[in-house]
Design a protein around this ligand. Structure first.
Ligand SMILES: Nc1ncnc2c1ncn2[C@@H]1O[C@H](COP(=O)(O)OP(=O)(O)O)[C@@H](O)[C@H]1O
Ligand SMILES: [Mg+2]
Length: 363
């Protein structure tokens, strides 16, 4: 779009109920700061920790780190919204629920659809899809709450028969390492499962490996673009404290000392994952590289990764030749292009009548 044409109105959604509320504010500040004012008119839509959608004035206060000063109401967008940029991480923003609502409203938005977001958010379902696309994933056991609660002893024995310690135990549909435990001793598995079940009905258990953490940024378009892998280095595993409280995680863009053929394979698997999970717009695809075995596995997919100026996703894209401002523009252009595509074909109006007639033998 030439910069002189009428600006598009972009509703930037941020905050939300997830544990990543504060990260969302930081991501949204960076995006709002970098959106080109000649191309875009910005409408702020803040969402409180309780899920209330705020007025524009209250949204500005929330974004500035102040008290919003109101409770907010039911989900709503400014009337003149042309396109939505949902800068929300985790459940309620990145898991398909918000995307389903935007699809019902028939409004273009940045990022993956309801289906893609939901699939990527569910660690167990995503592994099924990825495995069938021959993407390497760690083996896993899925445990259901009902099964665990009915007979905890038998359930634990069955898990341990399939997967010996050390293990990682994770709720299937969360982020930020919330509810995740590393289990080194068999007797710790029960409490770890109980902790994970606080956050959902299904839990996955997989082998714990001594791993390097590598991440690839994918940007939609023709051709689909994937960055060189970056690396996060921390003491121990990347738990909640390491992510948000301690300040000692180090980012390397690109990752150092990674064999080129391994980096290339990761980039390719990141693209296969993006396509097979039906993603759109952007995704950060995270890998674990087993230090002992020298093999890597796709660990998880984030459809709205952290988006501050020092976050891995924009840094990887910048290193791939797409600076922050251009990245925001490309994502909005992709959303608008998807919105322009014809809607899914609707069944002809008379179809159900014809079916009913056939059923009643009156056709
Ligand atoms: N199987 C595993 N072996 C070793 N470390 C793991 C394993 N699974 C997860 N981790 C560690 O736990 C962190 C969080 O797990 P992850 O699956 O990425 O969940 P989240 O969605 O909460 O980020 C990872 O970044 C990594 O440090
Ligand atoms: Mg993770």
């Amino acid at each position: 779009m030439p910069a002189s044409a009428t600006p598009l109105t972009v509703a930037v959604l941020f905050g939300g109920k997830s544990a990543e509320h504060d990260i969302s504010l930081r991501s949204a500040r960076a995006i709002v700061d970098h959106l080109d004012r000649e191309r875009y008119r910005i409408r702020l839509v803040g969402i409180t920790r309780e899920g209330g959608f705020l007025s524009e004035e209250a949204s500005a206060r929330l974004l500035a780190g102040e008290d919003a000063g109101e409770q907010g109401g039911a989900p709503a967008l400014p009337e003149d919204t042309d396109v939505v940029f949902p800068v929300l991480h985790g459940p309620g923003g990145e898991d398909g629920t918000l995307q389903g609502w935007l699809e019902l409203l028939d409004i273009p938005f940045v990022g993956s659809s309801c289906t893609g977001s939901a699939l990527a958010m569910d660690k167990s379902l995503a592994k099924h899809v990825l495995r069938s696309a021959d993407v390497p994933v760690l083996p896993w056991v899925e445990v259901r709450r009902a099964c665990f609660e009915a007979d905890p002893k038998a359930c634990l024995a069955e898990v341990l028969r399939e997967r010996p310690v050390p293990l990682f135990v994770k709720p299937t549909c969360l982020g930020s390492s919330v509810g995740i435990s590393m289990v080194s001793k068999e007797e710790d598995l029960g409490p770890a499962l109980a902790e994970a079940f606080r956050f959902g009905e299904e839990v996955i258990v997989e082998p714990a490996i001594d791993a390097r953490e590598l991440e690839v940024a994918v940007l939609d378009g023709t051709p689909l673009q994937s960055s060189q892998p970056g690396e996060i280095r921390i003491e121990g595993w990347y738990d909640y404290d390491n992510k948000y409280l301690n300040d000692d995680a180090e980012l390397f863009v690109p990752a150092q000392d990674l064999p080129q053929r391994m980096a290339d394979a990761m980039r390719e698997f990141a693209q296969i994952a993006f396509r097979s999970l039906r993603l759109a717009g952007l995704a950060r695809i995270d890998f674990l590289l087993d230090r002992q075995a020298g093999r890597f596995y796709l660990n998880e997919v984030n459809t709205m990764p952290g988006f501050t100026t020092i976050s891995m996703y924009p840094k990887l894209m910048e290193a791939s030749g797409v600076p922050f401002k251009e990245l925001c523009h490309r994502l909005i252009a992709l959303a608008m292009a998807r919105g322009d595509r014809p809607a899914k074909p609707k069944a002809p109006a008379q179809t159900s009548e014809r079916l009913l007639e056939a059923e009643h033998g009156s056709a």
